[in-house]
Design a protein around this ligand. Structure first.
Ligand SMILES: [Zn+2]
Length: 285
């Protein structure tokens, strides 16, 4: 089941996994993939990265010059090098490779607007999940009140950052008196592929949206255990324990025509869930 997700966070463009056909699907759904600067690969099963070489090669042909950062299990670096060497080729842009092998629990990307953490999944080979956080916004200044009280604009920034400020005439201005709360932090967690693992829970506690694989339903719980995948009930159990806002289930085995059984099973444990398919888009309000 080729997997890939495109994540946008306040003008940042991320790609998670890049199964075969990702490039074509991005074209089909109108994703401007030249804007992607960071690619995260969860593990080295082909259905999660065989589309990567085609995508990198297209970016090269389009004359990309901007650096691209690739976060992936260590062995991918050697695979990429071997492919380039065999064809005596190179890319027109720099690839910064960040091996994930020692990065569990760490922030692997951060700028002023968002950050991404690497989290542990349980699968047949080393596998990593990712949580994307949009940072909390500064408080919003109540300018009318500040003007009325004769507060100099020089203090606005500190008040917005939540600081109480003592001004030259001796008054102490409380940030909460002059501001309204900014937008809260938002978070999205990606967990595929993985067996049921309660170790995951603290890493995804309270995220707004959790994508968790649900390859099987409980009838095939043994098969899920053997292949280190999850059932819909298990995905819902993780969502419930982590207290997430919404559960999106995907990576359904091709043996299922649709996600109806997955939904029935998951809903009995955790109400706010949905099965997602190719082309589904989801916004965190
Ligand atoms: Zn896998």
């Amino acid at each position: 089941m080729p997997t890939s997700q495109y994540v946008q966070c306040v003008g940042r463009h991320f790609l998670i996994d890049c199964g075969e056909g990702t490039q074509l699907q991005m074209r089909r759904f109108g994703v401007k993939f030249q804007r992607i600067d960071h690619i995260f690969i969860s593990h080295l099963h082909g259905d999660h990265y065989f589309g990567l070489f085609g995508l990198l090669s297209t970016l090269h042909l389009l004359g990309r010059e901007r650096k691209l950062t690739l976060y992936a299990p260590g062995p991918l670096e050697g695979i990429l090098e071997a492919i380039l060497k065999a064809g005596n080729g190179h890319f027109s842009f720099e690839i910064e490779f960040v091996p994930l092998d020692e990065k569990i629990g760490e922030t692997i990307f951060e700028d002023d607007k968002c950050y991404v953490k690497c989290i542990p999944l349980v699968h047949k080979i080393p596998t990593y999940g990712f949580v994307f956080y949009q940072k909390e916004k500064d408080k919003v200044l109540n300018i009318d009140k500040a003007k009325n009280d004769g507060v100099s604009t020089a203090y606005y920034t500190r008040l917005k950052k939540g600081e109480d400020v003592k001004i030259s005439d001796g008054r102490l201005l409380k940030s909460e008196d002059y501001t309204n709360p900014g937008e809260p932090q938002r978070a999205y967690a990606y967990c595929s592929d993985t067996a049921y693992s309660e170790k995951l829970v603290p890493f995804i506690k309270g995220v707004d949206v959790l994508y968790h694989e649900a390859t099987f339903i409980e009838l095939l719980a043994d098969r899920a255990k053997q292949t280190r995948h999850s059932t819909a009930r298990q995905a819902a159990e993780i969502a419930k324990r982590a207290g997430v806002g919404k559960l999106l289930m995907g990576h359904l085995s091709a043996r299922y025509d649709d996600g109806k059984k997955h939904m029935t099973e998951a809903r009995a444990v955790f109400e706010h869930c949905e099965v997602v398919e190719d082309g589904t888009t989801y916004s965190i309000p």
